[in-house]
Design a protein. Structure first.
Length: 96
C-alpha cells in the first residue's frame, strides 16, 4: 500500500514538473515574441521621429522663405510710399 502511494506521489510529482517545464517553455516563447514586438515598435517610433523631424525642417524652411518674402514686400511698399511722399513734397513746393 505504501509503495503504491509512493509511486503515485512520484508520478504526480513528475507529471507536475513536466507541466511546469512546458509552461516555462511557453512563457519563454511569449517573452521572445514580446521582445520582437518591442523591437519592431522601437524601429517604427524611430522612423516616425525621423519623418517628424523632416516635416519640421520643411515647415521651418517654408517659414523662413515666407519671412523673407514678407520683408521684401514690406520694403517695396515703404519705397513706393517714400516716392509718393517725395512726389507730393515736390508738387507742394512747386518744384515739379
Amino acid at each position: 500500500m505504501k509503495l503504491d502511494m509512493d509511486r503515485r506521489f512520484n508520478e504526480s510529482q513528475n507529471d507536475t514538473k513536466e507541466r511546469f517545464a512546458r509552461i516555462d517553455k511557453r512563457f519563454e516563447l511569449v517573452d521572445n515574441r514580446l521582445d520582437k514586438i518591442i523591437s519592431t515598435i522601437e524601429k517604427l517610433s524611430d522612423k516616425i521621429d525621423r519623418k517628424d523631424e523632416n516635416q519640421l525642417n520643411v515647415i521651418n524652411s517654408n517659414a523662413a522663405e515666407q519671412r523673407k518674402f514678407t520683408i521684401r514686400m514690406f520694403t517695396i511698399a515703404i519705397s513706393v510710399t517714400g516716392i509718393s511722399v517725395m512726389g507730393l513734397l515736390l508738387k507742394m513746393l512747386k518744384i515739379v
